[in-house]
Ligand binder design. Structure first.
Ligand SMILES: Cc1ncc(COP(=O)(O)O)c(C=O)c1O
Length: 340
């Protein structure tokens, strides 16, 4: 336990502009708000333990059989379920670094050993180095695509090369938490591209573009035997009835989700261009955040933002991740950043 890294959540201060947790700035989807108002009376009862309507709706959304879907309380729990399913004592888990900060925690909790593969100089996953890091002790490879916190993504050819370069008895989990913000021509849907391979699983979440971070729903698409194992590793009843109903409604609000994602993408590109124009090193982002590679200036930059009421997410010595908010929130951030 002493060696286990603690997850550091984005800060929250009442009244501040919060650009630290990659949440949607637009609030509940209209269809979800109605469903929640109707369903609050149901919380005295246990939910449907197997989330049957939610799983059927997700399966329909992706055009796959329900046997290939498993859910959890957020995709972070699903990643944990995947690790519990395949990582034995001392089994190695390979992932790029820096990537989603939960991977080392999930690995350690599952009894595994983390193998961190540095990103390349452009802050992008190094596919060759990841393949080279796989040994006969490797049980799982996480690929965060687009990557949190750098926003960078690898395209179809690289995705295919990574998966084909990894032995078929090693599970490859492609974490697509930010899928809705991606240019689909540059970065194909990993499950459409590689989902026929039995060792590929893709995770998605309702926490970002679907604006349900507080209700905790995520899922994976995988081969039926992997999905079945992931279901067995779920904490019973971890996805509440309200969360299940909200996620079903959110999938029905697809046009509004796409409209909001488009706004975020336009704002992301505007924010990045302004930062790059004024000399910041910001890799192209396919997510709802941008990464400022500030190295040793990261903590001071975040403090300067905080002093002007804007909360961003520093990774000391490495960089600062800034979530794209509303136009006004982004302007407030740019005011600070361009004045430093
Ligand atoms: C890459 C990535 N995966 C998974 C998650 C977990 O999201 P949730 O558990 O809310 O679905 C996050 C959240 O920040 C993330 O950045």
């Amino acid at each position: 336990m002493a060696s286990l890294p603690a997850y550091v959540p984005g800060r929250k201060i009442p009244g501040a502009i919060v650009l630290a947790s990659n949440e949607s700035p637009y609030g509940l989807l209209p269809g979800v708000a109605d469903v929640l108002a109707e369903r609050t009376g149901s919380v005295s009862r246990y939910p449907d333990m197997v989330s049957s309507e939610l799983i059927a709706t997700i399966a329909d959304h992706h055009g796959v059989e329900p046997e290939r879907v498993a859910v959890g309380a957020g995709s972070v729990e699903v990643c944990g379920q995947l690790a519990s399913a395949v990582v034995d004592d001392g089994g190695e888990v390979v992932f790029g670094w820096r990537a989603f900060e939960a991977y080392p925690i999930i690995t350690a909790v599952a009894g595994g050993a983390a193998v961190k593969v540095p990103l390349d100089a452009q802050h992008v996953h190094d596919v060759d180095a990841m393949i080279a890091a796989v040994t006969d002790r490797t049980r799982l490879v996480f690929l965060c695509n687009p990557n949190n916190p750098t926003g960078t993504a690898i395209g179809g050819a690289e995705l295919r090369r990574l998966v084909l370069g990894i032995p078929s008895d090693v599970l490859v989990v492609i974490d697509e938490a930010y899928r809705e913000y991606v240019d689909p021509d540059a970065v194909p849907d990993a499950f459409e591209l590689l989902g026929d391979r039995p060792n590929v699983a893709v995770t998605r979440t309702f926490s970002k573009a679907y604006a349900l971070a507080g209700l905790r729903v995520g899922y994976c698409l995988a081969a039926p035997d992997v999905a079945a194992a992931v279901r067995k590793c779920q904490v019973p009843f971890s996805v509440s009835g309200l969360a299940q109903a909200a996620a079903v409604a959110a999938l029905g609000d697809r046009e509004e989700v796409a409209r909001r994602a488009k706004l975020t993408i336009a704002e992301r590109d505007r924010v990045r261009a302004a930062l790059v124009d004024s000399g910041y090193d910001v890799p192209p982002s396919q997510a709802n955040f941008v990464w400022l590679a500030l190295g040793g200036r990261s903590a001071a930059f975040a403090e300067a933002c905080l002093a002007r009421n804007v909360i961003v997410r520093p990774f000391a010595g490495e960089g600062v991740r800034v979530t794209i908010g509303t136009d006004a929130e982004n302007d407030a951030f740019l005011d600070v950043a361009l004045s430093l």
